[in-house]
Write a protein that binds this ligand. Sequence first.
Ligand SMILES: Cc1ncc(C[n+]2csc(CCOP(=O)(O)OP(=O)(O)O)c2C)c(N)n1
Ligand SMILES: [Mg+2]
Length: 158
Amino acid sequence: MLRTTSVDKPERFIGSALGTATQIGLGLGVALAYRGTGKLVVDVQPDGDLMFDAGALWTAAQSKLPMLVVMHNNRAYYNDWNHQIHLAQERERPVENAYIGQAINDPAPDFAGLARSMGWYAEGPIENPADIQPALQRAIKEVQAGRPALVDTITQFQ
Ligand SMILES: Cc1ncc(C[n+]2csc(CCOP(=O)(O)OP(=O)(O)O)c2C)c(N)n1
Ligand SMILES: [Mg+2]
């Protein structure tokens, strides 16, 4: 995010994801603050964080908050998975068990389907990078028309 965005004013970046079910809520707050200003509010949304608070999606649709959610979907609670790998090594336990409870891929949640069910415009999951730009363009049109939109993009772990 910081490598692809020019952060030259405080309003350009509200801070790092915390993995505490707060990312989506912070995004809603920013979208509410900027509603009606014409600014495009973008929430780069980790998958695990959204698993904790799907109801936030309904709140955004109900309140007609224009915001774009772009999912950083690594199909994992990777922060915790990484800790499990380190702890397994430290305590000489099998590292191959570290994925238990941390991978979110069997089954992989359909976040676009979840968002649509709450009244959002949504696309994805997108695995081909070439498909991202046109999906973002369609989603931004929806946001500019006053509706929240989600684009579920699949990423690597880190
Ligand atoms: C309510 C709650 N449960 C558990 C945790 C522990 N925790 C911290 S980061 C994290 C993983 C978050 O996964 P995700 O949002 O997908 O981010 P990733 O590390 O995969 O980029 C978890 C489970 C937490 N912070 N808050
Ligand atoms: Mg994740």
